[in-house]
Write a protein of this length. Sequence first.
Length: 642
Amino acid sequence: MKVEAVRSFHVREGKLELPSAAPWLPALAAFAPVLGLAAAQGGYFPAAWGWASVPLFWAAAIALLVRGQVRLNTYERVFLTALAVFVGWVALTVAWSVAPAESILEIERGLVYVAAVSAVLLVSRSRFARRVLGGLLAAISLIATFSLLTRLVPDRVGVYDRSAVYRLAQPIGYWNGLGLFAGMGALIALGFAARARTTAARAASAAVLVVLLPTLYFTFGRAAWIALAIGLAAAVAVDPRRLQLLATLFIVGLAPAIAVLLASQETGLTHSGTPLAQAAHDGHRLAVILAFLMIGNAAIAAGLAYVALRVDVGPATRRAFAIAVALVLAVTAAAGFSRYGDPATLASKAYRSFKAPPPHAAGNLNRRLLSFSGNGRADLWGLAWDDARRHAALGAGAGTYERYFLAHQPSDVGRVRDAHGLYIETLAEVGPVGLALLIVVLLTPLGALRRARRHPLVPLAAGAYIAYLVHAGVDWDWELPAVTLAGLLCGASILLFGRRWTPPRPLSFPTRLLGAVAAVAAALFAAIALLGNSALSRSETAREQGKPARAAADARRARSLMPWSPRPWEALGRAQVAAGLVPQARLSFRKAISMDRGDWRLWYDLAGATTGPAEHRALQHAVILFPQSGLLPKAGKARSRP
């Protein structure tokens, strides 16, 4: 064995310690999963989850076994334990779920969050907390840069997305998720621009702001801007040095604001249906301007850091600045109330606008930003509340909202899979107990703010975390692991910073051993799920490519790895139909239906593999489960066949 291999670890006071590269492990634990999941459609699809959770669980297990002492304070223990118990409760709902296979998928997604939080908390010391935020900001910045380039240089970095209607969505795949992702990154970048230890870091963070805010703008999402504003207000409110933060905001926030304003004036970048030549022309011009703004903002941030080290701002100056800010806010509020009405009137108008249909924005997408329409969310939340009342004690089962929605879909609301609201959907799916556990998880980092806010970076981390909590209440961010991990890691960083004021206590050896065993068991389950989901994904791809034999082989492999799921049987049946093996396909579809009789797609697949009365019965089942599917005419045709 080489000497270098032995040096990977060293013994200190009789205990094995992590290698010298350990200070960068927290940054890597934040950077790698967020970047990887964001690049893979935000981690929405099951095939992406295992790639993140397996290595993170192993990192957590190794930390528990190798580190001389693993210390967690009370808030960290509550945060990690409550998150694990919440995922455990999700697992229990499989016993009564109306769609057990969907509930198991929710377990797999939840394990990604447990793995990331565990790894970050267990491999970190308090002085590494800023590296967690740094790794997170680096991942968000890279994704936002790529995303923005698809709009600025579409002739070089073109991404076709038929569902995006010219709203920036890739690579995360959902414009609102990308907007929140960039918004959280902007708050973290502002924190580093104001309080990073080095001038270079402050300059780089200020430059990144010129990328993040235009990325957010081109998503044309309203909720992300509202969440960003609330997060920024919360950061200012909890920051003991709020005047310095506001001064930095006014100075380094000017260039990003100019960037957004200029972006909004480019017709080729803001109007759907724009020819590629015009989009590329306008994008190239804006790209050059943004490059200069980035350089300028970096220089401004560096100059601000230089001045801050050499100029002592006296109490009189701070007091005058505070009065000026208060006057600006008061005048702005008075002008707003004078123009739009008092708070009660504004609330009434906002409620009516929220329930109104969205404006027609097929041309200029800037019109969306001036509307407060909820885009049908009131109906989605109403259905979730009805589902929650029908399953008041335990919920209908994790991941089952889509089943209830399809059975009760209003005629004027498009098809969705989620309730577009984490809290109401959690109540409907996992009941009051599950919602209570989730609330404990999400509120724990805020409970640590009272002391942790003394650290210069905590207020902006808290602002980003609060932005996530707000936005998750009106969208399906939980189903985008890249976005939710960004939020949870902001919360975890607050807890890590808080170790200075809430001293951590070492975990006992039995606790560490039990935790390591649990982490290894979770990693094995996630690995099996990864292999099964990957085989299922390959089967679908092979079938679409006209390779039914390969599709059938991958479906059988998935079936052996995922015996609880009807999806492999469904994939096998579709591959058999493509190969002309219709009788065998009928058997596969019927096997899938025996495992889940509530999935309309399985009945529809069976109808496609049968004829006559059997086809009609299958279509009728599908129509009962999904009345708005438009299958009734097909059912009538099936009945009329001889």
